[in-house]
Design a protein around this ligand. Structure first.
Ligand SMILES: CC(C)(COP(=O)(O)OP(=O)(O)OC[C@H]1O[C@@H](n2cnc3c(N)ncnc32)[C@H](O)[C@@H]1OP(=O)(O)O)[C@@H](O)C(=O)NCCC(=O)NCCS
Length: 149
């Protein structure tokens, strides 16, 4: 694969980010949500850039030593090439530098690709949130990853 650059999400990325968000999720975040979120000091949002185009993104909210991963998506035609893994590893590396030692997220119980990815990075299931998602209605698996400090 040509060189993949992982860097902070900027306002100029939002058109491409929103296009991926809309092709991926049934209840996509709006441009305004991304715009506001990346301006907060306690968030960390990254993009993966391939040949000058946005290939994917991931983001989290940090609260003291914990961070919640709220977004991750890779452009459909570029999935399965390691981009999602690189985004998450960089998100957690930078988050750790900022003092986040535990990561949590929610994932649809049917989303095997994402669950495999999270498990391969050390996330463990900590329970189910019933009917958490809509369109379609589905349970969420709550996952955590802790660092030994
Ligand atoms: C989840 C997602 C971000 C993964 O990104 P990706 O770039 O395709 O993932 P990677 O290529 O880095 O794969 C990493 C690991 O994920 C797992 N994985 C990826 N695609 C998979 C698939 N189709 N089936 C099963 N496992 C899969 C594997 O464990 C893989 O590790 P391996 O390459 O050693 O086998 C991507 O599939 C996506 O955008 N999905 C739609 C959005 C989404 O579901 N986001 C998560 C919401 S909680």
């Amino acid at each position: 694969m040509s060189k993949l650059i992982i860097r902070q999400m900027e306002e100029g990325d939002l058109s491409q980010v929103c296009a991926i968000e809309e092709e991926t999720f049934s209840m996509p975040w709006s441009r305004k949500s991304f715009q506001e979120t990346i301006s907060y000091y306690h968030t960390l949002f990254l993009v993966a850039e391939l040949e000058g185009k946005i290939a994917g993104y991931a983001g989290c909210y940090q609260s003291l030593e914990e961070a919640e991963i709220t977004n991750i998506a890779v452009k459909r035609e570029l999935r399965g090439q390691g981009i999602g893994r690189k985004l998450l590893m960089e998100l957690m590396r930078l988050g750790k530098e900022r003092g986040a030692f535990a990561y949590t997220l929610e994932v649809r119980v049917s989303n095997q690709a994402a669950i495999h990815l999270y498990e391969s990075l050390g996330f463990i299931s900590f329970g189910i949130r019933k009917n958490f998602y809509e369109r379609p209605r589905e349970d969420a698996m709550i996952m955590w990853r802790h660092w030994e400090v």
